[in-house]
Structure formats: structure tokens, C-alpha cells
Design a protein. Structure first.
Length: 528
RNA sequence: GUCCCCAUCGACUAGUGGCCUAGGUCAUGGCCCUUUCAAGGCCAAAACACGGGUUCGAAUCCCGUUGGGGACGCCA
């Protein structure tokens, strides 16, 4: 299916849509192939050809350009596509828009694949690469040339650039003047014998309007006067973006084009290409942009923008998915959605049409929610690699920590952690002696009088067996009573002696997790 | 400059002509709980951009203004 001639496809379009329809979400989920190395060879299996007409399932695609990272805006577009496909048991296709050959490099592609996988946005087909389909585009473009729907343009980029500048300087809309649209055969001969390689331009109607039916925005009308005969094939034979998109969407049987708002202006051009080939247009849905706090386009200068960065900062994939879904989409007053709920309730009509600002605060709140409700063992295992990354212990040491122990830390600390990183940090004083004391805290709480009490407390704990929070509390209260002191008076000094900090979980829970040896040692050492 | 999109609390949004004295969530402030910090509970402050219509009635429909965003490439 990756190479079909226009004619062949035209005759069998309906059939070809059927033959590539997936066998349904549940079953295709198991057979997802995420290795892009083999994907160009993948074909629909013959048994899938037996679908009946009314069982037509939607086919959507996510088509990023390989930039080396998946942007949160792109991730949301991918998510909306994926949710739509899941909801309607359709197919979610991944395709890289790399007609610009420079961009076809594994190091620019692999990180995007990785982020999609991490988010759980697995694709049913692809990834496809435009750079590997150039002969297909050429074939399709030549068909338009033969039918006089396109023509050769010999203008050089320099000439065109000059005209564009001239137009802009006189405050005109820069448009191609159609110079090569009707060359005489003599002129054509002259160019043919010359050095210039022609580009191919699409002939567009002189007047009239074209209406885009958008699932999110309704009807949007464009005047042909706003458009010009745009290039579909560059002089070096590579297709331009708008042309490749349409050829791909047609050959891949895409039924719903769900993409970012910035493409709305390209849509009339693309519709013109559909019309030139005589194909029906898919449903378009232009999702609003994701903006930074200052309402400008989200970019590096605004801090973290890539999915991978949030992963590194200790954000859970389900939290990012939940947050991104709620950014521009809603279902009543509900804030927390499981993946199943997202799929069940998603609809393009419920996508809010205005641009949304990416708010890290709320993302972290959602993240904490999943931290608080997630399975402690699973979360504990996610913390393990962070022990090394945060320099708490070395690789070998990190491997020896029991899952149960990590799970305990998770349970104890997740109510005061917004990220996995924050969850891992207390492991420093819990699991090792390699931590520092906050000097301000030491100064304030470890006074001679308190230190004496802590030393006494240490000895009182020697007999505590088993070393549990409740036993410890009992022992501590008994000892303090004998000294005529209240727990309140030594709680903070004790915490500082044990953890180096003034904040943390319940004192006795902390002790239990620290273990008898560490507690007694640290109390005896207090003030030294 | 031209074209296109958008417009409810600081942020995400609910709202589809009367249920709105505009609801929820994040963030903010206060109180409670408390061995600290959180978490949790309660409360508060906080918005229909503006101007015209249409209508008995408008956040909701229409027009304009303003503001924000996007596009105008042999980039994608």
C-alpha cells in the first residue's frame, strides 16, 4: 500500500479503504508493531479484507516532523487522535513528515517514539516516512501535470524571494504572479535547453471560495483570491508539505485529520489537491494551540516543553495524559480520568475552540493525585533508578534495596511529594548516612538542653522491641514524662537529629523506617 | 499589510435563550486538624473584554470594536 499509482487507487479507493481497515482496537492493540525499521514493509493482512461496508472504521494519524523531541502540544494532538481512534475502534497511524531530508535521522525520531510509548499512545501502523515515498509523490504529481492541473515553473527561488519582498514592502499579500502558468512553447523550449530545473505548481481556480468543514470550528470560508498557484513538487523532485500530506492521507485511507490549529490555513490548499485528484475530503478537526504562560507560543525559553523533560522531573505518564486531555477538552466538572474514562467520554465536539495555557502547577497537582493513589510497589520501582540519578546511592546499592522498602517510602511520603523526584529525595536519609544537616535547623533546635534529652531518649529506645512506631511513641512519652517534658518540646529537635531537616513525615513512623541502629546512633551522635 | 481562528475568575473549564445572585478544579488568602511539613476538612476573594442590535428575557444568537493567537516559503 505504500506505493500505489494514482489511477489504481482511484478506481479502488473504497475497496482500498476497506482492505486497510484494522480488525478492531482490542485485537490490534496486541499486534501493534512499534519498530519503525520494519514498518514500511508492513501490510494489512488479507483476512482484514472481509469487512462489510457499514463497518468502516475511522483512520487517523499523528504526523510530527522529526525534531528530536515530542512537544507537549504535539503530545496533546497525538492524544486526541489516539482517543478518537480508541473510542471508535479505528486505527491510529504514525507518520513522520520528513520531506526535508535533513530531518530523517534516527536521533531525531527515536526520542519521539520513546515519548509516545511512555505515554501509552501506541500506534497501529507505521511509522511511515515521507522521505521513503518520494517516487510515489512524483508519480502522483506527474499525473496532475499530464492532466494540465499542474504546470512547470522555471522561476528561481531568488527571483521569487525578490518578488515576495517587493510585495511585502508595498504592503501587498505576497502571491505568485503565475508567470509560468502560460508559457509559450518557445519560452518553454528555451528553459528546457537551459540549466533551470522546473518546480511543479498546482493550477488553482481564478475565483470563487472554498469552505472547510471543521469538526471543532464549523464552516470556515476561504477566498481563492487569497491563494496562489503553490508548488507541489520542488525542482529537485521532492514534494512540498501540503502535497505530501494529501497523497499520504489519501493512500493511507485517513478519514479524520485531527491536527493543530496552525494548519487551518493550509487546509484550503489541501482540499484543492483532493479536488484535483477527484477524491472526497476527510473530516478536518483543528485543535487549539497550547500556549505558554505569557500567551505566546510555547518554546524552550518557557522552561520545560518536551514530554521527556516532564518524565525526567518525575511526572507520571498517566498524570501527563490526564492533564493534557483536560487542556482544551472537558467532560462536565470531572478532573480526574482513567484512560478508559477518557476513551469512553472523548469527542471532538467537546474540544474547546480557544487556545489554552499550559499550567505546570495544575499538572503537578494531577501528578500528586496519581502519586497518592497509585500502587506503591509500582511507584517504588519507578523511584529506584532515581536513587542513582540523585546520587543517593550507586547502581549496585540501588539494586539491593527491597521493593517493599521502596514501597514503604512511597506510602510514607507521597502526600507531600508532587513528583517522583520529591518522593525519592527522603530516601537519602532513610536509606543512607550520606545526608547533610541543615545548619539553620541544627542551630535552632539542637541546643544543649535538647541534646541531653535526645541522648536520654536514645537510651530509652535501646529496650524497644519490636522497633515499631507505636512502641516508640509509648517509650518516648514515658521517658519524657519522667523528665517532666512534653513531646512537643523535643519533636523538632529529634527530627533534626534524625533527618537533618525540620520537615518530614510523622516522627515515629520515620523512626520505624530508619531502623533501630540508625535511630539510636543518630540520637547519641546529636550535637557532636 | 492581507487572510484565518479565538474571547467566562490569575489558569483549566461548566454553561448551548429563562434553572446564573454564573458552577467545578488548580493557584491564592483565612480557619480547623496537628510533633514539623504536607495531606485532609471548612470558608473567602476572584470572571461573562467593550459597544450596538434580536428577544418578554442574553454569558448564551447577530453585527462592529478592541485584545490575543496563527498563517501568508522550492519549512513542516
Amino acid at each position: 500500500m505504500s506505493v500505489s499509482s494514482p489511477g489504481r487507487l482511484r478506481r479502488s479507493r473504497r475497496l482500498s479503504r476497506l482492505t486497510i481497515a484494522p480488525s478492531g482496537w482490542a485485537s490490534s492493540a496486541q499486534s501493534r508493531k512499534n519498530s519503525y525499521k520494519n514498518s514500511e514493509r508492513s501490510r494489512a493482512s488479507p483476512r482484514q479484507a472481509h469487512r462489510s461496508m457499514n463497518e468502516l472504521k475511522p483512520r487517523v494519524r499523528f504526523a510530527p516532523s522529526p525534531t528530536g523531541e515530542l512537544h507537549v502540544g504535539g503530545a496533546r494532538t497525538a492524544l486526541f487522535n489516539w482517543l478518537f481512534a480508541c473510542k471508535h475502534q479505528g486505527a491510529f497511524i504514525l507518520r513522520f513528515e520528513d520531506t526535508d531530508i535533513e530531518r530523517n535521522r534516527p536521533e531525531l525520531i527515536e526520542p519521539i517514539l520513546e515519548s509516545l510509548r511512555w505515554l501509552g499512545l501506541l500506534w497501529d501502523e507505521g511509522p511511515y516516512f515521507q522521505s521513503r515515498r518520494t517516487s510515489l509523490y512524483r508519480e502522483w504529481a506527474e499525473k496532475l501535470l499530464k492532466e494540465s492541473k499542474a504546470y512547470k515553473c522555471y522561476c528561481t527561488p531568488e527571483e521569487l524571494e525578490e518578488k515576495r519582498k517587493a510585495a511585502l514592502s508595498t504592503k501587498q499579500k505576497p502571491k505568485y504572479d503565475g508567470r509560468c502558468r502560460s508559457l509559450t512553447s518557445q519560452e518553454e523550449q528555451r528553459f528546457l535547453s537551459g540549466e533551470r530545473q522546473p518546480a511543479l505548481r498546482l493550477k488553482i481556480p481564478e475565483s470563487g471560495t472554498i469552505t472547510v468543514e471543521d469538526a471543532i470550528r464549523g464552516k470556515v470560508e476561504f477566498d481563492f483570491a487569497e491563494l496562489d498557484d503553490f508548488i507541489i513538487l520542488r525542482s529537485d523532485g521532492r514534494p512540498t508539505y501540503n502535497f505530501a500530506v494529501v497523497v499520504d492521507d489519501v493512500t493511507m485511507g485517513i478519514t479524520h485529520v485531527i491536527r493543530a490549529d496552525e494548519h487551518l490555513n493550509n487546509t484550503p490548499k489541501q482540499i484543492l489537491i483532493y479536488q484535483a485528484f477527484g477524491y472526497p475530503v476527510p473530516v478536518f478537526a483543528h485543535v487549539p494551540m497550547v500556549l505558554a504562560k505569557d500567551r505566546s507560543k510555547l518554546s524552550k525559553r518557557h522552561g520545560a516543553t518536551a514530554v521527556a523533560e516532564f518524565h525526567d522531573r518525575g511526572v507520571l505518564p498517566e498524570a501527563l495524559v490526564n492533564y493534557l486531555a483536560r487542556l482544551g477538552w472537558s467532560h462536565g466538572d470531572q478532573e480526574i480520568f482513567s484512560t478508559e474514562e477518557l476513551i469512553a467520554n472523548f469527542s471532538l465536539e467537546a474540544v474547546h475552540p480557544s487556545a489554552a495555557i499550559f499550567d505546570e502547577e495544575k499538572l503537578f497537582w494531577v501528578n500528586q493525585h496519581y502519586l497518592k493513589t497509585g500502587d506503591p510497589k509500582r511507584l517504588g520501582e519507578l523511584v529506584r533508578p532515581l536513587l542513582v540519578k540523585l546520587n543517593i546511592m550507586n547502581e549496585a546499592e540501588a539494586q539491593t534495596v527491597l521493593t517493599e522498602r521502596l514501597a514503604q517510602i512511597v506510602v510514607l511520603f507521597r502526600e507531600r511529594a508532587k513528583t517522583l523526584v520529591e518522593l525519592a529525595e527522603p530516601a537519602r536519609y532513610l536509606l543512607t548516612d550520606n545526608f547533610s544537616y541543615e545548619s539553620e535547623a541544627v542551630q535552632k533546635f539542637l541546643t544543649p538542653e535538647k541534646i541531653a534529652l535526645l541522648h536520654g531518649l536514645a537510651e530509652a529506645f535501646v529496650a524497644v522491641e519490636p522497633f515499631t512506631a507505636s512502641n516508640l511513641e509509648q517509650a518516648a512519652r514515658a521517658y519524657l514524662e519522667s523528665q517532666g517534658k512534653a513531646l512537643k518540646e523535643i519533636a523538632q529537635p529529634c527530627r533534626v537529629a534524625l533527618t537533618g531537616k525540620t520537615v518530614g513525615t510523622g516522627l515515629f513512623e520515620t523512626m520505624e523506617l530508619l531502623g533501630k541502629e540508625r535511630v539510636i546512633n543518630r540520637l547519641r551522635r546529636a550535637g557532636l
